[in-house]
Design a binder for this molecule. Sequence first.
Ligand code: ADP
Length: 237
Amino acid sequence: MGKLVDEQGRRVDGRGLNEMRPVKIEVGVLKNADGSAYIEHGKNKIIVAVYGPKEVHPRHLALPDRMFIRCRYHMSPFSVQERKSPQPSRREIELSKVIREALEAAIMIEEYPRTALDIFIEVLESDGGSRGASITAASVALANAGIPMRDMVASCAVGKIDGHIVLDLNDQEDKEGEVDLPVAYMPNLNRITLLQMDGKLLHEEFDRALDLAVHGCEQIYGIQRSALQDYYFKQDR
Ligand code: ADP
């Protein structure tokens, strides 16, 4: 197994230990959806479309006291090196669930009883940390759809590679490293809405990793805000 961090503390893609990959977000990229966003997070390329609030079909799925949210995370067959079957895998079903839960915590679902909201996440290219990038983009797409939220959810992963706690693992680091710890966070409410961990950390390492993840999410939050501001500023002109 190759070394993931060199003597100078540089990673395989030249980043420092606390350095995030470049993140770029575009708002309102699909004309037929109520809200949409496109994100490039490192080499991840993901598009999100949101439809709703709308009537629930089939009607028996309607919830009397809140909005019913469906979320589909899907990796396109060309998103990875070996063609991926277009059928939803177990992993995609799990990610759809945890992403929905991470976003639902922010949405004022109680304000919209008996309605439905659909969130479609299409991963066009994947390079580690796609669940985080999906949450980040979906949150922006929800804002673009005008869905009332308590805060925006920003997300990124931290992990441990070659014994170092690092921010934002890429695919190689995710596969060859010791720990992957994705986090989603609402900065204004100071609440975590997703926390998963693959691997083992000492208590002290975990505290440090979580701090770093929260710091990463705050950076992402700034990018989400400016993407929305840019979009609505352009609309106003
Ligand atoms: P995340 O994308 O949130 O990090 P995982 O940790 O499960 O989710 O996956 C890490 C990475 O493994 C993905 O980003 C992707 O690059 C790669 N991967 C996932 N599923 C497949 C697959 N079926 N074939 C090839 N690579 C995959």
